[in-house]
Design a protein around this ligand. Structure first.
Ligand code: GLA
Length: 742
């Protein structure tokens, strides 16, 4: 267990009970990737890589093994303009304008635990016995800079994290044009690549395709991770399924512009890389300064995608998420956004709160429109004081009244934005993010505040703290409703190439301050739904509004894609009105409830408009959820039927840690005439335990439920009309409770 250096063969072995990762130093100089995968015995060899001279692959100068070439050697952090024609992992421009580089080995250090990455979110261990860290020191052959590769292996997870630091110990400044967080060369290309692309309203679509010759890139040039791509890719075997096969996953703990490459070469090697996107990035590293990259989580599974997701869920739950709510059950909330949009009064909110509390709701969230003079999305961002036309009796009084009804009170903010029509803009037009000499574009009628400037952050912090100190607030929804453009700072001395990263560092700095100063607040991140649902934000805020699309059918794919990488306790899911506001679809209240109960349940509608029947159904949903939310939010999650594989059907299962309780939600989207459904096989139970299942007579053995399965045909929702005997209806779903019988 841990990290060993084999002196005889000049190789490192990072190992726990589940995985091994091996690196060798070839010819005493060059760091080479050897192996990553299932745990293997302590190494008794160095690099096995067959060095062979290959045409058009240059050989480095000096006393090296005949045939050695940077173009074919599997590497850990390849240089630039050095005879490796694949993608480099970094590019530096030196004061004389040169930009070639070749790193050579210069020692190592092994430390217990995992050092923090200052200013950036990172996974952590609370006990230094939980992980070990290897720092491999590399020097550029002909410049005065050092690059350290930082690897941590965790005892209890098939996970390695990587990041990189660079130090300028010369007398001249160095320009960093590119400094990725990791690079690894795998020795074949028999892989599928899985990624999670999306757009507003349809986040994290699961897309799978074979890797192919050339470079395949996903990235963000939007200043933030964005809806477009999750900062995640996985390579799997072509035959990998939910329950078998290998998965190599890469996930960045970063909320800014990122890049992830897979490159298949002429020798069918596959290079995988991840880091800050070099597109807008230029950083000046002055003498004596250092720079650290964001972290990449590298997780491995040899048991398919379900096991892979469970690893990431547990890892993020235990080693990334922090604070009061890390393991605390999340309250059932109601959010007024789809119920009222901007059009509400204090009386309306209180009336909604009265109805909500009767249903069993625990937290009332007042969304956009409560501040400045905000009647629509054209004004007031930046003016974080109460809009007295709508709430004449103060926010404090409203919060107190809602709390007196027995609910918590939550509030929406969009603290990184500024409207042209706002007091803040009038006072500080120079706080808008904008490149010199350019007119900034508007997005949703608003500009972005320049969080690279401390004065800007201080102003927002003091406005927010004033409210948080006055008003009893239990929850905050932190929104971000556009992407960056014309990126630059109006503050003197900050070059355009540093702005996006400095912005993200500024955001993290403010979030660290606020979340630690108000530790009992439940912080939920949001960016037009799930546009910034990334591990970086998860470090500060334990949950995210998954998507603005609340349609239950659309949510099947959105939540399945999200579940590939994000823990269930982080996935906000709300029941909304029909016809749905995003896609105009009618679905049954049962289906909407079951889909939303598969995350952190909330309601986003006007409860004063619910019928008696709907109220009873909602009460039952909330009641059931409260009894089972611990196992849903913090249990083990299985995709039994993924909508990406089964199209018309989705089945999700949650199992508690003791394997004595389980909940299954099973949904059919469109009906087909005269359909016969096979047995549904459950997962994750104890083979030797006996279970009873809701709405079934008799007992089942765990192995029976997992191997033989049970016939389940989701019934028509109670609010749906029965069709003919062979056509039951669309949008059907069922919920099954499985309980151990001793
Ligand atoms: C974003 C959020 C929504 C809502 C609106 C308010 O779109 O994702 O949930 O808060 O902003 O303007």
């Amino acid at each position: 267990m841990g990290i060993r250096f084999n002196k005889k063969f000049s190789s490192f072995h990072l190992k726990n009970e589940q995985i091994s990762y091996q690196i060798a130093i070839v010819d005493n100089k060059y760091l080479s990737h050897v192996y990553w995968g299932k745990a293997i015995s302590e190494s008794c060899r160095g690099s096995d890589f067959p060095i062979k001279d290959r045409s058009f692959s240059p050989n480095p100068a000096g006393d090296v093994t005949y045939g050695l070439s940077m173009n074919t050697l599997p590497q850990e952090y390849p240089g630039h303009n050095n005879g490796d024609y694949r993608e480099s992992s970094f590019k530096l421009t030196y004061s004389d304008g040169s930009f070639s580089s070749q790193l050579v080995y210069d020692g190592y250090e092994i430390i217990k635990g995992k050092p923090a990455i200052d200013g950036l979110p990172h996974s952590y261990v609370s006990d230094s016995e939980g992980a070990e860290t290897l720092i491999v020191k590399l020097k550029d052959e002909s410049s005065e800079c050092r690059i350290n590769l930082i690897y941590t292996i965790f005892n209890n997870y098939p996970v390695i994290t990587r990041s990189v630091s660079i130090e300028n110990f010369g007398d001249e400044s160095i320009q960093i044009d590119k400094l990725l967080s990791m690079s690894v060369d795998l020795d074949h290309s028999e892989f599928d690549c899985i990624q999670l692309p999306g757009a507003w309203g349809r986040e994290r679509d699961l897309v799978r395709h074979p890797v192919y010759r050339g470079v395949h890139r996903i990235d963000s040039k939007r200043g933030t991770t964005s809806h477009t791509y999750q900062p995640f890719i996985a390579l799997t075997n072509p035959h990998t399924t939910e329950d078998s096969g290998e998965v190599y996953g890469f996930h960045m703990v970063y909320s800014g512009e990122f890049v992830m490459n897979t490159e298949v070469t002429e020798y069918n090697q596959t290079r995988v890389q991840a880091g800050i996107n070099p597109e807008h990035f230029r950083w000046t590293l002055n003498p004596g300064e250092h720079f650290v990259t964001p972290e990449v989580v590298m997780a491995y599974s040899d048991k398919g995608l379900n096991a892979f997701s469970q690893t990431l869920h547990n890892f993020y739950q235990n080693q990334l998420i922090r604070g009061t709510y890390q393991y605390k059950e999340r309250p059932v909330l109601i959010n007024n956004w789809e119920g009222t949009y901007f059009d509400f009064t204090e009386d309306k909110i209180l009336e909604m709160a009265d109805r909500a509390v009767e249903l069993g709701v625990e937290l009332f969230v007042l969304d956009d429109g409560w501040f400045g003079k905000r009647d629509d999305d054209t004004t007031s961002l930046g003016d974080w004081f109460v809009y007295d036309k709508k709430l004449p009796n103060s926010l404090k009084l409203l919060a107190e009244k809602i709390r007196a009804k027995g609910m918590k009170f939550g509030l929406w903010f969009e603290p990184e934005m500024i409207s042209e029509e706002s007091d803040l803009f009038k006072a500080h037009p120079d706080w808008v993010l904008k490149a010199e000499g350019r007119q900034p574009s508007k997005g949703r009628n608003q500009y972005i505040l320049d969080y690279s400037q401390k004065a800007v952050r201080d102003n927002i912090a003091s406005q927010l703290k004033k409210i948080l100190d006055e008003v009893p607030i239990d929850y905050i929804k932190w929104d971000f409703n556009r992407n960056m453009s014309e990126i630059g700072s109006q503050s003197p001395g900050v070059s355009d190439g540093e702005v996006t990263h400095r912005y993200i560092l500024g955001l993290y700095d403010l979030l660290e301050d606020l979340t630690t100063s108000y530790p009992d607040i439940l912080w939920e991140s949001c960016s037009g739904g799930g546009g910034r649902f990334d591990p970086g934000m998860l470090y500060y805020m334990p949950q995210t509004w998954t998507s603005d699309n609340t349609d239950a059918v659309a949510r099947l794919e959105i939540q399945t894609g999200t579940s590939l990488v994000m823990p269930i306790s982080s996935i906000g899911a709300h029941v909304s009105d029909v016809p749905n506001h995003q896609v105009n679809r009618w679905t049954s209240l049962d289906m909407r409830g079951h889909v939303a109960m598969s995350g952190n349940l909330g309601y986003e509608l006007d409860p004063t408009k619910l019928s008696v029947f709907e109220k009873e159904t909602v009460k039952r949903q909330i009641n059931f959820y409260k009894k089972n939310r611990n196992l849903i939010q913090f249990g083990t999650f299985y995709r039994l039927k993924s909508p990406f594989d089964f199209n018309n059907e989705t089945a999700w299962q949650f199992v508690d840690l003791e394997k004595s309780q389980s909940v299954v939600f099973y949904t059919v989207i469109l009906d087909k005439s005269n359909q016969m459904r096979p047995r549904l096989k459950l997962k994750g139970l104890d083979s030797n335990k006996r279970y009873k299942i809701s709405s079934y007579e008799g007992l089942f053995h765990g192995d029976e439920l997992m191997n033989k399965g049970v016939y389940i045909d989701p019934p028509l929702g109670a609010d749906q009309k029965q069709g003919s005997y062979q056509l039951n209806g669309d949008f059907r779903s069922t919920m099954i409770k499985v309980e151990e019988v001793r």
